[in-house]
Write a protein that binds this ligand. Sequence first.
Ligand SMILES: Nc1nc2c(ncn2[C@@H]2O[C@H](COP(=O)(O)OP(=O)(O)OP(=O)(O)O)[C@@H](O)[C@H]2O)c(=O)[nH]1
Ligand SMILES: [Mg+2]
Length: 451
Amino acid sequence: MNDTIAAISTTLGVGAISIIRVSGKEAIKIVNKIFKGKDLTKVDSHTIHYGHIINKTEIIDEVLVSVMKSPKTFTTEDIVEINCHGGIATTNKVLELVIHHGARLAEAGEFTKRAFLNGRIDLIEAESVMNLISSKSESNRKVSIQGIRGYVSQIIKNLRQEVLELLATIEVNIDYPEYEDIEVMTNNKIKPKILKIKEKLKKIIQESEDGKILSNGIKTIIVGRPNVGKSSILNRLLEEERAIVTDIEGTTRDTVEGHITVYGVPLNIIDTAGIREAKDLVEKIGVEKSLSLIEEADLIILVLNNNEKLTIDDYKILEICKDKKTIVVINKSDLEEKIEIDKISYKNIIYTNTIDLDGMNQLKEKIIELFHLNQLEQKDYACLNNIRQISLAKIAYQILEEVEKAIQENIPIDMVEIDIRRAWETLGEIIGETYTEELIDQLFSQFCLGK
Ligand SMILES: Nc1nc2c(ncn2[C@@H]2O[C@H](COP(=O)(O)OP(=O)(O)OP(=O)(O)O)[C@@H](O)[C@H]2O)c(=O)[nH]1
Ligand SMILES: [Mg+2]
């Protein structure tokens, strides 16, 4: 990190202005070598200067140069930004000169990576920068800016602090049992504290998942064995005949997609090939695709036939979806009930048919309820903003569940302490307090050049 890096920070193309950003110890010196105007090594920090970029005697461009000195800059290093005329030729020429005079071309995300490694921002803030750049929706933008401003990090830091205080008291108890003025930590005393932390973490996870939904919509997939009425349900929801419906099993072979809005939130609905032991190759590929889509979905609409007994395929599908957010839809409710409803251990079950709209309305109501869509509006947008962060929060939550269980079973306090420490470390990973090289490289490489 001792070298000086440079990159074009604006999109390369035809435009009024392009910015070449240079960061590092030599940044000011390097740009000064190709700048005709004031001596940049003598100017105050955070000032802008008019002049020309020159190559020996040739004038390359008329520019404005901003000089920002360490440490109050994005990377905490000296930064110079050259505002030159837009367009590919000029911008590339200026960058080429900067590199010729000693800077190295920056890798994708390297400016933000430096900001992180130099302690200027944490991982949540860094990821929010990336999120903000790629935001396409208003809510995504709001979530990202809250992340950049550090509100989200603070919530995690506060929670970590509570865990740390608990850890400290437990450790004093283990290491100095003879101290009389310190509160003796028994499992009974730890329990309410753990419950409180767990409660807060649960709220963060919940709000973050809500936030994710507001920004990205709900990825919904309709699954079930052939002929139960999946495509009919899709068509009903879309209010158009999008998918082909016949009474032949295996009608849908590839996925069919459509979009609706429920309570202002976009639902991307995918109808899939019926899942069963496939009879031919095309169907087999379709079935495999259905299974992989289940993995990625936010919501599964699992369709069963009211008019038939449960089959082996039904049981298989019920098993595959059991850990996912699922609504079981018993379709063909207009026909005689033959399904063994008491054998289905899912919480969210509704009855539908394609003759009246009652079932479809119930389905929408259920979706609103499951995703708290009617409460999303009042969100303050301070939430974790990507899957990495949310999964770590969930792991920390699971660890705390284990801690709670261990306490219940009266496991010795020093054993419990190990798990509490793990929870603390996992929370640390969210903000990047603990990290691995690979993670950092992988994360920042997803950024665009010049950021
Ligand atoms: N009586 C009745 N028939 C229905 C209902 N829903 C669908 N059907 C009929 O069931 C048959 C199968 O419907 P599809 O929607 O094609 O079923 P699918 O699950 O998409 O089937 P595959 O694409 O083969 O997996 C068609 O003949 C539909 O008309 C319903 O609620 N009641
Ligand atoms: Mg179908």
